[in-house]
Design a protein around this ligand. Sequence first.
Ligand SMILES: O=C(O)COP(=O)(O)O
Ligand SMILES: [Mg+2]
Length: 228
Amino acid sequence: MSLTRLFNDRWPGTVLFDLDGTLVDSAPDLAVAVDDMLHALDLPTAGEDKVRDWVGNGAGVLVHRALADRFDYQSDQAPDDLFDRARQLFFDAYRARNGSAASVYPGILPFLEACRDAGTRLGVVTNKPLEFTGPLLEQMDLAHWFEVVVGGDSLPVKKPDPEPLFHACRELGGDPATCLMVGDSINDIEAAQAAGMPVVAVSYGYNYGVRLEDTGADRVVDSLTELL
Ligand SMILES: O=C(O)COP(=O)(O)O
Ligand SMILES: [Mg+2]
């Protein structure tokens, strides 16, 4: 099925992209920064496989998961002073590292080119803090594609709340019904569904180690080129 089938044989007027795990494989740098933080705190390091499954709810939750050494950290949440120290260590380490080992996923550039050729307006809606989002998009030479970038701390709420998607769509002058969300995790799918936007999920990203099939996405693809 081509993408236009989702929009009555038209290309979407607006496309919003998730960042980590959708446009860019950022986990290698996030994992080094998490391990630098844990090492500085004399805690056992986590490694990239675990960190991949912990990414998705923003930097603060990633730090909590790393301190607890598990996804579900709520019952064993770090005390405020340890969390504050860890968060500072993580932010310093990731700031120094952001983009070093990251890469743009295959299929992204042809899809962005097709959107541009169709006159579609493009935005990024990520749970990543804004201070890391701009530099990463610049380093990956992606920044020039997007008219709007909403970070995890741009608004009082993050995905899966639909408000960041509404906000980006409004800024682009789009209509949620003709806006497509593209993401890699259940947060993206739930946010899009709550916003009334069709959603395509990419299978190659980080969905907490859980397969994306049966999560309710309108389509799951291994590469965005499948939509062309
Ligand atoms: O920083 C995160 O936790 C995830 O960011 P994303 O929303 O771009 O996947
Ligand atoms: Mg993501």
